[in-house]
Ligand binder design. Structure first.
Ligand code: SF4
Length: 364
């Protein structure tokens, strides 16, 4: 798990402080949607189905920074919509870096190559590139040919320029386990600084409704695909306990306030995925939401099959701090699967004539 060490350290000290203070509810990652507009319409996306006047709106940089200060999370994940379509995204990121917030800039990478000059490499900035599998699968899921090649080309360029680069991958119904094992091997060989994975959430507004995994299907897909990820040294950017949860080896309820969402309408209730109204402030969200109505043990049908990282990674992190034994287990897991990051090493050429041949060819 080759995330910047200082980010791991910040997260460790932050969680420790919250626990020593006896704070029962604290956020780990602020999910920020400064716009809904996007240059893609993916099959499993439930975020961009708004009228034109909403799609034209943007959060200002000041609103973005205030949201981060207000909730206090050490990490900000900027999603959308497509954040690179926001004309002030460079100023927003710069402001977060100045405040020493770690930023995941989540992008489909179509606009990344031509916008890279607007950013400076920093341990506080990580490009998180959307890749839902190999070329055939990714282009099918984003409903446009050629996007995979553009994204991989941008990924390699960002690595060459010295940026931290991760990938985020959503798993849907019917995905081929072996294809994804090769995909993770390839991304690891390319030197990505972390891979994020999650099963998709069954958004009511998603254009396709038959593509989402049920809970049992999630367990069997992940236990088959991730069966030896530790030995392989795959660079996942997750708590190892969350990956165990996906495989069905640990059982958690959701922590919906752990990755709260601020967007154009306010603080979304109860979580990043469901949309049951908005609070004006983070405090109001925490204090006026009936949290007993949410999570997989609540009986809420909208939560029944959800195993998405925004709800369950915070539960896995809290569990790893719950006893000294679990804490040591988590640290050992991270240390023994950690790969050192080479600063500005170009991603290896995975083609048959390249330095490190892989079965899966990345054409760029
Ligand atoms: S289980 Fe948690 S993260 Fe998932 S939809 Fe329900 S409240 Fe949201």
């Amino acid at each position: 798990m080759a995330v910047p060490f200082r980010m791991q350290w910040r997260m460790f000290t932050y969680v420790l402080k919250q626990r020593l203070r006896g704070n029962p509810r604290y956020p780990l990652v602020l999910m920020l949607e400064p716009l809904f507009a996007c240059n893609l319409e993916c099959a499993g996306c439930g975020k961009i189905q708004y009228p034109a006047d909403i799609l034209r709106q943007r959060l200002t940089p000041q609103q973005c920074w205030e949201a981060a200060e207000e909730c206090g999370a050490p990490i900000v994940s900027i999603a959308g919509g497509e954040p690179l379509a926001h004309s002030e995204i460079d100023a927003i990121v710069e402001g977060f870096v100045a405040r020493k917030k770690f930023v995941y800039l989540c992008t489909n990478a179509i606009l990344l190559e031509k916008n890279l000059h607007r950013f400076q490499p920093s341990p506080y900035l990580i490009f998180s590139i959307h890749l839902d599998g190999t070329e055939k699968t990714h282009d099918r899921m984003v409903c446009r040919e050629g996007v995979y090649r553009t994204a991989v080309r941008a990924l390699r360029l960002a690595k060459e320029k010295g940026f931290y680069v991760m990938t985020n991958t959503t798993i849907f119904q019917g995905e081929d386990s072996e294809e994804f094992r090769e995909f993770f091997e390839t991304l690891t060989a390319m030197g990505v600084d972390g891979m994020m994975i999650s099963p998709g959430y069954a958004y009511e507004k998603a254009p396709q409704q038959d593509i989402f995994l049920k809970r049992g299907e999630t367990h069997s897909w992940f236990s088959k695909t991730l069966r030896d990820w530790r030995r392989k040294g795959w660079a996942f950017n997750h708590s190892p306990f969350y990956l165990d949860f996906l495989e069905g080896k640990r059982d958690y309820d959701c922590t919906p306030w752990g990755n709260p969402l601020r967007n154009l309408f306010g603080w979304q209730r109860p979580c990043y995925l469901q949309q049951e109204g908005y609070a004006k402030s983070f405090r109001e969200l925490l204090e006026t939401t009936d949290w007993s109505k949410y999570g997989c043990r609540s009986g809420n049908p909208k939560c029944a099959h959800c195993m998405v990282h925004v709800g369950y990674e915070p539960s896995a992190v809290a569990d790893s701090f719950s006893t000294p034994g679990k804490f040591l287990e988590m640290v050992w897991d991270i240390v023994t699967t950690q790969r050192p990051r080479s600063k500005s090493r170009p991603a290896p050429d995975p083609s048959p004539g390249g330095r490190r041949p892989q079965k899966l060819e990345i054409a760029v």
